[in-house]
Design a protein around this ligand. Structure first.
Ligand code: HSE
Length: 371
């Protein structure tokens, strides 16, 4: 059995990864070891069969004993550790959920339903660095997989509605605290007060110094934040930039024709599922019925939602999708503002296919476990 070291198993993505590995019995086909940046020597019960002693995540001697290292510890850890392991001639596989390595020429962005052939070729060629893609990118590519296979896409504009989980576990907590503070601001208001009185109290709370916004720096509950990640000189946010470059890298790796992706990335007060409103320029006229069929049948995870009010409200929201591997795809119709323009609305769990699942499946590819 291959020795697999897991780092960052306690965090947001790591916890979901461990949960999924249990669900799929992945631990039965690996010799798993757990590393910690702060509690080496401690005992944890992650495996059903036995307690594990935590190994030091900064101990290169322990790390280099592993055939595969899987990190959900974040980009700073990757930057600090990987280079030094390679300098010690460690030739194991590094599987990472963080973005740090994604655009490096010696790292492959993994999304196996889209680029399994390229992954297999890269393994045969001796590639060792594997990275899960940005969550909106992976979710978007799986959602429109059917159009990609048929080479129908000229460009995509993606307007996102991203959940708090994308910013981390503490940010999810801050969102909940904000929600609590907003509703708490109404405690002294009489139940029969007018909506304007209620709204005034909520606005006062949102604008007050007391309102908790340490991480988001602005109200998210009852509001939104139209910027995610760093500011780039060209006016894009880094999240928006990733949408284009990562999509292209994944598509090209597998021989698909690349297309441009751009749009605005917006944080909203959802917990863990990202939504995206896509405008897709098709490169030719195509009947809507066939487009629907292509999207619906592209892979086992697309949950196609017919474009009607009842089914869209019921199935096409973070509340409906969170915790599921399926990615809802709906509101598919031709837009009336130009030729061959298609609208698609898609929602997927940012922690599953958006983060943990591509790296979990990459681990299984490396250990030859059936996907
Ligand atoms: N960058 C994403 C976000 C999550 O902030 O929502 C990770 O892909």
């Amino acid at each position: 059995m291959l020795k697999v070291g897991i780092i960052g198993w306690r965090g947001m993505v790591g916890s979901v990864l461990i949960q999924r590995m249990h669900e799929e019995n992945d631990f039965e086909s690996i010799d798993a070891h757990f590393f910690s940046t702060s509690q080496s020597g401690g005992k944890v019960r992650i495996l059903n069969s036995q307690e594990s002693t935590l190994l030091d995540a900064f101990d290169a001697d322990e790390l280099t004993k592993m055939d595969i290292l899987l990190s959900c510890q974040g980009g700073d850890y990757t930057k600090r550790i990987l280079h030094s392991l390679r300098e010690k001639n460690w030739s194991g596989h590094w599987v990472d959920a963080a973005s740090t390595l994604r655009m490096n020429s010696d790292a492959m962005i993994v999304l196996d339903p889209i680029n399994k052939e390229a992954i297999d070729t890269a393994i045969a060629r001796g590639n060792k660095n594997w990275v899960g893609g940005n969550c909106t990118v992976s979710l978007m590519l799986l959602a429109i997989h059917g159009l990609i296979k048929k080479d129908l896409v000229e460009w995509v504009s993606s307007m996102t509605y991203q959940a708090a989980s994308g910013a981390g576990a503490q940010n999810m907590k801050e969102l909940l605290i904000q929600m609590g503070e907003l509703s708490g601001s109404l405690n002294n208001i009489k139940p029969d007060s007018s909506i304007l009185d209620l709204d005034k109290e909520v606005q006062l709370m949102m604008k007050s110094e007391r309102f908790t916004k340490k991480l988001f720096t602005a109200p998210l509950a009852g509001s939104l934040i139209p910027w995610i990640d760093e500011e780039l000189e060209n006016g894009q946010s880094r999240e928006e930039w990733k949408g284009g470059v990562e999509t292209n890298k994944i598509l090209k790796s597998n021989g698909y024709k690349a297309f441009n992706v751009d749009g605005l990335c917006v944080r909203i007060g959802a917990m863990r599922s990202h939504s995206q409103a896509l405008t897709i320029k098709l490169n030719k006229d195509f009947p809507i019925k066939e487009i629907e069929e292509l999207i619906a049948s592209a892979n086992p995870w697309v949950h196609f939602v017919p474009n009607n009010k009842e089914k869209s409200i019921k199935n096409l929201s973070p509340a409906a999708v969170s915790g599921k591997l399926s990615i809802s795809v709906g509101r598919v119709r031709k837009l009336n503002v130009g030729e061959n323009l298609l609208s698609v609305f898609t929602v997927g769990d940012q922690l599953l296919w958006g983060a943990a699942e591509p790296v979990r499946r990459m681990l299984n590819i490396l250990t030859n476990k059936k996907l």
